[in-house]
Write a protein that binds this ligand. Structure first.
Ligand SMILES: [Zn+2]
Length: 107
């Protein structure tokens, strides 16, 4: 099997998921994924094992006018929708994304 070229990013950097892989099940916009937990592969590289995602329509601040609306539409997602979406995203990240270990830089 040919070696897959991985994208290597710092673990604390958000990863934007290509829309052909998965979109937000509630509003169908692009998903951005943060990594909550990683696991180490046999070759020493790190991959995501737990993710937390948000989407392009998520308001930047809970003070935004649209936040209530966003919450109402996104609260309605079923457990199954969440699990299926996260499984697709994790499978893609496992195939394409590796993390560099290291400290999160202080702002
Ligand atoms: Zn959404």
């Amino acid at each position: 099997m040919p070696e897959t070229p991985y994208t290597t990013v710092p673990w604390y950097a958000p990863v934007t998921i290509p829309v052909e892989v998965a979109v937000c099940p509630a509003c169908k916009t692009a998903m951005t994924v943060g990594t909550n937990a990683m696991e180490q592969n046999d070759d020493g590289s790190w991959q995501a094992s737990e993710i937390e995602w948000t989407c392009a329509s998520d308001p930047e601040s809970i003070a935004d006018d649209g936040y209530d609306r966003w919450l109402r539409t996104h609260d309605r997602l079923t457990y199954q929708e969440m699990v299926e979406t996260e499984a697709r995203v994790l499978a893609w990240m496992t195939a394409h994304v590796r993390f560099v270990d290291g400290e999160r830089p202080h702002a």
